[in-house]
Design a protein around this ligand. Structure first.
Ligand SMILES: Nc1ncnc2c1ncn2[C@@H]1O[C@H](COP(=O)(O)OP(=O)(O)OP(=O)(O)O)[C@@H](O)[C@H]1O
Length: 247
């Protein structure tokens, strides 16, 4: 089976200083990859390289033919703490900004309906005219999930979607991801070991390089065995372990 995305010997960073070196990873249809690792280990950098927001200084990222091209069918939920809340934009327009298809493929009234349906399904239709600066952290996550889903992507990339959310939304979110994963590939960055173990199929540990685990069952021994440096921060009521940093 040909991967959707093939990452080969990727080296990428900022201002000529690499954050990640020689990373290799194949992402296949219906993968559900949990990306874990310590703060500053390069998880977001990896996602940005896949999204084409950072240019690799070495190696390459190849997309399968049917998803290659300028407007790749990738939905992205960025870390909400990086979002400028002062930016004057409404919930509805944030979701619309995620729409990638050419305008002529969908009339503006159909697009409006599609956005409203998605907001409804996510339980936030009542805030559609609010400015993003007025939202709670959990509401922001819901809005950015809708933005990531509006183009019906083949790959969904989520960077810490469990930050700022209440337990109820966390449950809803992961059930929804499991449903979506029947059709699409998901890459999920999380610091929550409970989440990772419960929902994802495989795990990538990122800390300057990448170790790939063909299982979601992580234990301290496994992490030691794979030399997988990680510091887990868990929240919610899922039992968790805080693992010490190791090399
Ligand atoms: N725009 C930038 N310019 C320069 N350095 C950056 C930039 N963004 C990130 N870095 C640095 O790159 C390294 C990796 O950052 P990255 O955000 O990829 O880590 P992370 O694993 O996602 O961390 P966290 O768990 O805290 O989100 C860090 O040392 C960070 O300071």
């Amino acid at each position: 089976m040909e991967p959707l995305i093939k990452i080969e010997n990727l080296t990428v960073g900022y201002d000529n200083t690499p954050v990640l070196e020689n990373v290799n990873l194949d992402i296949f249809e219906k993968d559900f990859i949990g990306v874990i690792g310590p703060n500053g280990g390069g998880k977001t950098t990896l996602l940005k390289a896949v999204l084409g927001l950072l240019k690799p200084s070495g190696g390459k990222i190849t997309f399968r033919k049917d998803i290659a091209g300028k407007k790749k069918p990738i939905g992205y939920l960025p870390q909400v703490r990086h979002i400028d809340r002062k930016f004057p934009i409404t919930v509805f327009d944030v979701v619309r900004s995620g729409f990638l298809m050419k305008q002529k493929e969908l009339s503006s009234s159909d697009l409006k309906q599609k956005i409203n349906r998605l907001l409804d399904e996510t339980g936030i239709s009542n805030i559609r005219h609010k400015a993003i600066g007025e939202l709670s952290g959990g509401q922001m996550q819901r809005v950015f999930l809708c933005r990531a889903l509006i183009s019906e992507p083949k790959i969904l990339i989520l960077d810490e979607p469990d930050t700022f959310v209440d337990n109820r939304f966390e449950g809803e979110l992961y059930n929804r991801l499991i449903q979506l994963n029947k059709e699409i590939a998901i890459i999920l960055v999380s610091h929550d070991l409970g989440t990772i173990s419960s929902y994802v199929k495989t795990i990538a540990c990122v800390n300057g390089d990448l170790h790939y685990h063909l299982s979601n069952n992580i234990t301290q021994e496994q992490l030691d065995g794979y030399n997988c440096p990680i510091q887990i921060i868990s929240h919610g009521d899922i039992p968790h372990t805080i693992l010490k940093h190791h090399h």
